[in-house]
Structures are given as structure tokens and as C-alpha cells.
Write a protein that binds this ligand. Sequence first.
Ligand code: NI
Ligand code: MN
Length: 225
Amino acid sequence: MKFTFYGHACFAVEIAGKKLLFDPFISGNDSAKDIDINSIQADYILVSHGHGDHIADLVTIANNTNATVIGMLEVTGWIENQGYKNCVGMNLGEMNADFGTVRMVPAAHSSSMPDGSYGGNPVGFVVKTDEGSFYYTGDTCLIMDMQLIPRYGKMDFAIMPIGGHFTMNAADAVIAAEFADCDKVVGVHYNTWPPVTIDTGDAKKRFEDAGRTLLLPAIGETITI
Ligand code: NI
Ligand code: MN
């Protein structure tokens, strides 16, 4: 599996021959100004909730790629109202895709669309394929529901926010990794703005001390997991 970080909570996972892009927010992120959004390829775009820092570039990239957008019904309804129709709306539960399965799992956060309309519940995702499986928590605090993740299978890695203030911080994410039984975690949602600025050395040490690995790829970097 290949993981590419596009800054904030935007990333792509290449798995089972498909490119899955998550939470496209690039053009409003000063740290990601070297990323050309028109160069981004995607077969699917998965969106965790309706906040601007997760969907600002979604319609542009969807139009460029004709990717299938998977999100909460209220989120995909809003996207369809923007004129982009290749969407699959779902709700908390599991659906089949041509690369495997996508399960929407609870996240404790909020979700409204850029125009203020209701975005449904915010979510995380469990993606399972023949090549491997991973868990993206989405924007959330630490929740007991994460203890259900191992029931869905052994995740090869997880993607978790570590910036605090709006979401889990690194200390929370260490516990989340224990709940989800994940040895490798990619940290996201940090160092974008002052409220989520963290000491990355401290975050890495917290994971090391717990016998786990925190991966922090640079913006634009692709790593093999
Ligand atoms: Ni949010
Ligand atoms: Mn966010």
C-alpha cells in the first residue's frame, strides 16, 4: 500500500489497484502550496464530514478525475447540489466497493456544510481489501467505539488526528491506537494553524514509549506501508 500526504487531513491510499483520496483540502492550506491540485488523481474520494478543512477542493478534484465520492448521505447530497453527480451516499454501516468494503464508523465531532446546512454525523472509515486494511478515524475525540475496530479485522495501519483542540491530541491517539489494535499510525490534522501546532518529537516519543510507531510523512511525500 502507498500512502501520500497532501497536508492537514488530506491523503491518498493506493490499494488493490485503486487510488482512494480522503478529505481534500489543499488550496486553503499555506503549507501545501506546492501541491498542484490539478495533478491529483483519484478513483474514489472519501469524505469524513462537511467542514471546509475536509472538502474545500472536493468538487474541483472530483470534476478533474470523475472519481466516485463516498460520504454521509447529507454530505453527498450537498455535493450533488454543486452539480457533481458521481456520488455514493451512505450512513454508518458497511458497503461493498469494487476494491473491497468501506465501513463508516462513528466519530465524535460536528458536521455542517460550507453553506451552514446539516452535514449528518461525522464519521471515520474502515477500508478492507485483499491487499490490506486500514482505519481512518476522521476528526474525533477519543471514543470507546474505537474498541470495536479489531472486531472488523487487523488493521495494517491507521490515520489519526494528533493536533488537539478540535480533535484528539497525540496522547489520545496513543490510546486510540491501543483501542484499535494498530501498531502503525499516520498522524494528520496538526501544524496547519496555531491551535493545532504541536511538538512532533514529543508526539513520536509518546508512540515509541507505547511500543507503537507514529509516521509523519512530509506534505507531498509518498510512503510505502
Ligand atoms: Ni471538522
Ligand atoms: Mn478538521
